[in-house]
Ligand binder design. Structure first.
Ligand code: SAM
Ligand code: DTB
Ligand code: SF4
Length: 364
């Protein structure tokens, strides 16, 4: 069975109020202390709050599926300590120039047949050149014509580049803040945290949806995981998509031997992301290959509602499609019917930590 043949979820939008007649107010004024306090709750309390929040905003058993493709691989001038594509680390990766549009479209067609709703194209650039934007625009147009949502991650972009990508029809731009502002300089020295925020602002101003999250398991402290989520949740508009990556430790990178993160701390990170950004897609991203079904089940219970589907991420492997199909069957999950748009709509009068009201799919 292919995920697209599993029974789909009803289409919803955050703009629509739950059956009780109101949605939670989306807060952008979370304090660092509040975020830390969430991390420090007893696990069952944290999971209860996260799942209750999840049910107020999202259909509980629906999971959005995105498929990744590396359209330009390796030889990157940046020094991100986690990344197999940085030229300065010897990871054995073979660099590949920007792919031909036709090859990208072939991969996109396959992703669609395998059940993906969104096709995410990644390039190992510090920032694209203007002529690169022209070339990737043709890819965006072609992928959209297949009926897929489009996402790109090309590094830093300026305001005009963002407008051009939006004009080409790009739905989402991914640019991760990666970690807390404080820990950032331990991980990347070739560009700073503010430059990340500037790119996110350009994406937002151009009218595209924002995909931004980070990586855990890089030796950061809990306060850095809290700081990363605080930075995302206090943006003027929450990112519609929040990928939480568990570091894939790649030989040759400075983080190849990073100590593994306690799996329950990973689950806590997902749960806090869900509580802070109730209407967003929280993606259980890189790192699933080494996770048990039980750990993934807990991450879904904590509010994850998106995954990368398909046997490859950008350069490293991801669970085979069949394993995910069996996981969905085992857990009673199903793919979202088609991508739900996470509108960041504030409806005043309720608190994110109030008593739960439950999403009623039948009412939609
Ligand atoms: N070069 C562009 C950039 O950095 O913005 C786009 C591609 S880059 C590979 C996209 C994201 O992949 C990074 O921001 C990082 O969050 C994630 N990533 C890269 N290597 C990873 C790893 N080993 N484990 C987990 N996530 C990783
Ligand atoms: C994101 O947050 N994770 C994806 C996507 N956005 C671009 C990338 C994960 C990359 C993992 C390492 C690799 O495969 O190269
Ligand atoms: Fe380059 Fe992106 Fe990898 Fe950093 S994360 S080294 S910018 S490809």
């Amino acid at each position: 069975m292919n995920p697209s043949t599993m029974s789909p979820a009803a289409t919803t939008s955050e703009a629509a109020a739950p059956a009780t007649g109101a949605a939670d107010h989306l807060r952008h004024d979370w304090t660092a202390d509040e975020v830390t306090a969430l991390f420090e709750l007893p696990l069952t309390d944290l999971l209860w709050r996260a799942q209750s929040t999840h049910r107020r905003h999202r259909e509980p058993d629906a999971v959005q599926l995105s498929t990744l493709l590396s359209i330009k691989t390796g030889a990157c001038p940046e020094d991100c300590a986690y990344c197999p594509q940085a030229a300065q680390y010897n990871t054995g990766l073979k660099p590949e120039p920007l792919m031909d549009t036709e090859k990208v479209l072939t991969a996109a067609r396959r992703a669609k047949e395998a059940g993906a709703q969104r096709f995410c194209m990644g390039a190992a650039w510090r920032s694209p050149k203007d002529r690169d934007i022209e070339r990737v625009s043709a890819m965006i147009e072609g992928v959209k014509a297949l009926g897929l949502e489009t996402c790109m991650t090309l590094g830093m972009i300026d305001a005009e580049q963002a407008r051009e990508l939006a004009r080409a029809g790009l739905d989402y731009y991914n640019h991760n803040i990666d970690t807390s502002p404080e820990y950032y300089r331990e991980i990347i020295t070739t560009r700073n945290f503010q430059q990340r925020l500037d790119t996110l602002a350009h994406v937002r101003e151009a009218g595209m949806k924002v995909c931004s999250g980070g990586i855990v398991g890089m030796g950061e402290a809990r306060e850095d995981r809290a700081g990363m989520l605080h930075a995302l949740a206090t943006l003027p508009v929450h990112p519609e998509s929040v990928p939480v990556n568990l570091l894939v430790r790649v030989a040759g990178t400075p983080l190849a031997d990073a100590a593994g993160l306690d799996p329950l701390e990973f689950v806590r990170t997902i749960a806090v992301a869900r509580i802070l950004m109730p209407a967003s897609h929280v993606r259980l991203s890189a790192g699933r290959e080494n996770m048990s079904d039980e750990l993934q089940a807990l991450a879904f219970f904590a509010g994850a509602n998106s995954i990368f589907h398909g046997a490859k991420l950008l350069t490293t492997s991801n669970p085979e499609s069949q394993r995910d199909i069996e996981l969905f069957q085992r857990l009673g999950l199903h793919p979202e019917h088609h991508a739900m748009v996470a509108d960041d709509v504030a409806i005043p009068g309720t608190s994110a930590l109030a008593e739960p009201r439950f999403y009623d799919a039948a009412a939609r």
